[in-house]
Design a protein around this ligand. Structure first.
Ligand code: O2Y
Ligand code: MN
Length: 597
């Protein structure tokens, strides 16, 4: 029981529908976390890792049919279909609830229903928001402990106020004598449904990641994007980093990048340029509100990292590796003979005598992958060696620059500065990325992923762009962050990457903050401002002959080919498309034609 009558009534109503054996109210304590881990070990969901290598850590292996977010089963159930827009799956709320109510009926039989009160953002922050997740999964409880702030203190702040309601069931009721399975889930029915008007999430059938940890993508992006629209702020799929220059001046930067573009790596980057320092505020989500000073201030609503493991190594992200020394939950990684985890590229040498994520023997030289490509680690953010001391500042940090990016092997230069806020919104709205093997579908196809929010915007994307455009009226435009488009993935004619990426990306960040400070030169081009000759610090960097010219070149023909693609993309939104964005496509074409002459 809580002191919130709405919460108590809802918990009773859900318990009556789902029929759990017992109800447990989570207090967020260490003892509770340890109990969840014990339950998972007993049911075979988790195995403890060697205590001398990764103390307090476990490896969890999911069912092979439940390994990632399921975008085709994700719905935005607004009353009007047009309010969900052309980029979301939609069903009418009453119809969806009728279907789900029958699926949830009795779905928690034989299980415990956990009541998880959580805060997205530091408890009590003016930017934070409270949710309650009801779930029958101890894996979810343990992960929510790491990824959010859970427990009684949340209920104290909530008082009798409103909250986001998240209902989750793995959809695998247990009969009286049924043994549990290591990864209960529902093979036939998976639904990840959002009811933005009533701030509800109903998730059925999957126990994995973003489908089940409802604070993350479901609350902090899909529902929060609607709350943000209604209340005048921004809920974004962005990392937040702190950059300090050799003189000690600090700038805060957010960055929106689609999956497989290295967001966690950028958030924890080790700069190669002497005297510069990057510290991490967040690696996935930013909530931004105009502060009393008129500046856009950001918090990381999460308390942990749910990072993709394969590809993470001392070479690519030493700070992520440094975060993983203990108290971590690893999901779908391989296990070594000495009780540690392993994944592709973690070390130069693969281990001998390991067990793959499907619990099969695996050894160096085995053709199939040891870890699932979407294998994950869950770890408290405070364990990151470069976590910024102010990462939990309830007021948030003032943002100087917003980056948009994508994986583009041609056409899009290394870095481009927007002319103004509307142009920055246009850059974000037209952002796209070439697909990799990590995504479903053909490799190398350009997928438009506006503001990296394609799978996460809880309403019509055109209305969302319109919301972005309103920020120029919400504060003095000079106080808004500058906007940039970055592209680390340009390739030369030989098919090799032109830019080394990783720590060298600090050179681009340096130019960006020098632009913010008014000390770096740029040249105007039809697509925006690019570094003037000599303005990008490439001291000590070995680039191939002609690489820098290619990296900063504006390919007029390539961009003229891009304009009709942008218009096609915009056309999907019909008359909801903000006219100022259509006008920017016309301006772009006009100035490209002038430049072509
Ligand atoms: O597959 C999942 O459920 C995880 S997806 C994810 C996890 C952490 C950060 N970002 C993402 C994403 O898909 O953007
Ligand atoms: Mn993400």
């Amino acid at each position: 029981m809580s002191r919130n009558a709405m919460l108590d009534a809802w918990v009773s109503e859900v318990a009556a529908l789902c029929g759990p054996e017992r109800v447990h109210w989570c207090d967020g304590s260490k003892a509770e976390y340890d109990a969840m881990i014990r339950v998972m070990i007993q049911t075979g969901t988790a195995v403890p890792l060697a205590d001398d290598t990764r103390p307090g850590s476990v490896l969890v292996r999911s069912h092979p049919a439940d390994v990632a977010r399921v975008e085709d089963r994700t719905y935005i159930c607004s009353t009007n279909k047009d309010d969900a827009g052309p980029t979301n799956n939609w069903m009418a709320p009453a119809e969806m609830k009728a279907t789900l109510t029958e699926l949830f009926r009795g779905s928690m039989a034989g299980r415990t229903m956990y009541v998880i009160p959580y805060s997205m953002g530091p408890i009590g922050s003016p930017i934070a928001n409270i949710g309650v997740e009801l779930t029958d999964s101890p894996y979810v409880v343990a992960n929510m402990h790491i990824m959010t702030r859970v427990g009684s203190a949340v209920l104290d702040v909530l008082g009798d106020g409103g909250f986001v309601r998240g209902l989750h069931s793995v959809g695998a009721p247990l009969g009286a004598n049924d043994p549990d399975s290591p990864w209960p889930h529902n093979l036939e029915h998976k639904y990840i449904c959002h009811f933005p008007e009533t701030r509800e999430i109903w998730s059925f059938g999957s126990g994995y990641g973003g489908n089940a940890l409802l604070g993350k993508k479901c609350h902090a992006l899909r529902i929060a994007s609607v709350q943000a629209r209604d209340e005048g702020w921004l809920a974004e799929h962005m990392l937040i980093l702190k950059l300090t220059n050799p003189e000690g001046r600090v700038h805060y930067i957010t960055g929106a990048f689609p999956s497989a573009c290295g967001k966690t790596n950028l958030a924890m980057l080790t700069p190669t340029i002497p005297g510069w320092k990057v510290e991490t505020i967040g690696d996935d989500i930013a909530w931004m509100k105009i502060g009393r000073d008129g500046r856009l201030r950001a918090i990381n609503p999460e308390a942990g990292f749910f990072g993709v493991a394969p590809g993470t190594s001392e070479a690519t992200n030493a700070n992520a590796m440094g975060s993983l020394t203990g108290n971590a939950i690893f999901t779908n990684c391989a296990m070594t003979e000495d009780g540690d985890v392993w994944w592709e590229q973690m070390t130069d040498e693969a281990p001998e005598g390991a067990t793959d994520w499907l619990r099969r023997p695996w050894s160096r030289g085995t053709a199939r992958k040891a870890a699932h490509p979407n294998a994950r680690f869950t770890v408290p953010a405070r364990q990151c060696p470069v976590i910024a001391p102010e990462w939990e500042d309830p007021e948030g940090v003032p943002i100087d620059a917003i980056l948009f990016g994508g994986r583009r092997t041609s056409t899009v230069p290394l870095v481009t500065e927007a002319f103004d806020w509307t142009h920055g919104t246009f850059m974000g709205a037209t952002a796209g990325s070439e697909t990799t093997a990590a995504a479903v579908g053909a490799v190398g196809q350009l997928r438009r992923d506006p503001m990296a929010m394609l799978p996460f915007c809880g309403y019509n994307m055109a209305d969302y762009w319109n919301h972005w455009l309103t920020f120029e009226q919400r504060t003095s435009p000079a106080k808004l962050p500058r906007v940039y488009f970055v592209n680390w993935f340009l390739k030369g004619p030989d098919g090799k990457f032109l830019w080394p990426g990783y720590g060298e990306n600090s050179r681009v960040l340096k130019w960006i903050v020098e632009r913010v400070e008014g000390t770096a030169e740029a040249v105007d081009t039809p697509i925006g401002r690019v570094p003037a000759p000599g303005a990008l610090d490439i001291d000590g960097l070995q680039l191939a002959d002609g690489a820098l010219e290619r990296l900063l070149d504006v390919d007029i023909e390539g961009w003229l080919n891009e304009v009709p693609l942008i218009r096609d993309h915009f056309a999907k939104f019909g008359d909801r498309l903000p006219t100022s964005l259509a006008a920017r496509a016309d301006d772009l074409e006009r100035s490209l034609l002038v430049a072509q002459e």
